[in-house]
Design a protein around this ligand. Structure first.
Ligand SMILES: [Zn+2]
Length: 268
């Protein structure tokens, strides 16, 4: 029975993985992510039902478009598999068991997936286009506020902490709406601060600190590597504006979150 549950979780994960790949591609281009039918980017052939099934369709089609035989990038298959594996790993980390399903663990699992959806889309879009998508950020902020309300219903003692988080959001959103929109051309740093507040609410303080340290280290290593390459090749100068900070923060948060969930559920 447990195997059956985990197979379903894996398949759901591949569907989400497929959706994330599509959303990272479509959202910045303002293409509808729900209504518009999936198509081959080469010949515009609309994908049929069997061509839409993640992983399986790739194997079934031999990695080619049915219509024009254009090769489908292996990256799609890998991202779908990664989605499936991540969902299973997360369920294992939370010790989800078909025989002892408990509501609070399932609610937590659901929240983590909704939250990870925001983090994955924000970091994916930032990596590709070096910008934080406002719509995805707004979705993430709403998820984090709902999560805060949920936490409050379980444990109402930490109301002051939630009040501070909310105040930070209100301050950042006000600065963004009333000051930056008028005087600045770019609100990237403000978006990053909102992303950090979102991470702080959903992860715990410890995970938040580890996320920030890991992201800073990754950025530092990236800068050092680029500098060494520059010396050797004489490449064009690296600018701070080019670094997708949101991507490094998001990716670090996912790694730390998975790691810490495993450690707290299995080692402590
Ligand atoms: Zn095609």
């Amino acid at each position: 029975m447990n195997i059956f549950l985990y197979v379903i979780i894996f398949i759901t994960g591949t569907v989400f993985g497929s959706f994330y790949t599509l959303a990272v591609y479509r959202i910045p281009k303002n293409i509808d992510i729900v209504k518009k039918h999936s198509y081959c980017p080469n010949c515009n052939h609309k994908l049929g039902f069997f061509e839409l099934i993640p992983v399986w369709s790739y194997i079934f089609l031999g990695g080619k478009c049915k219509h024009c035989k254009q090769k489908i990038r292996i990256r799609y298959l890998l991202l779908e598999l990664l989605g499936g594996i991540s969902f299973v790993v997360l369920a294992l980390a939370l010790k989800i068991d078909a025989f002892h399903l408990n509501t609070s663990t399932l609610i937590l699992y659901g929240f983590v997936i909704l939250y990870l959806t925001a983090i994955i889309l924000i970091s994916g879009i930032d990596k590709e286009y070096r910008k934080i998508d406002k719509r995805v950020l707004a979705y993430g902020i709403i998820i984090s506020i709902i999560y805060m309300i949920y936490l409050y219903t379980i444990d109402s003692t930490s109301i002051y902490r939630y009040a501070i988080y909310l105040a930070v959001y209100i301050i950042l959103l006000s600065v963004d709406t009333f000051v930056l929109r008028k005087y600045a051309t770019d609100s990237y740093i403000m978006d990053i601060l909102m992303l950090l507040n979102m991470i702080l609410i959903v992860s715990e303080a410890q995970i938040f600190i580890m996320t920030v340290v890991m992201a800073l280290l990754a950025i530092l290593i990236y800068i050092l590597l680029r500098k060494t390459l520059q010396k050797n090749v004489g490449n064009k100068k690296i600018k701070f504006q080019e670094i997708p900070i949101g991507f490094y923060i998001g990716a670090s948060n996912i790694i730390v979150l998975f790691m810490m969930t495993f450690i707290t559920n299995y080692c402590i």
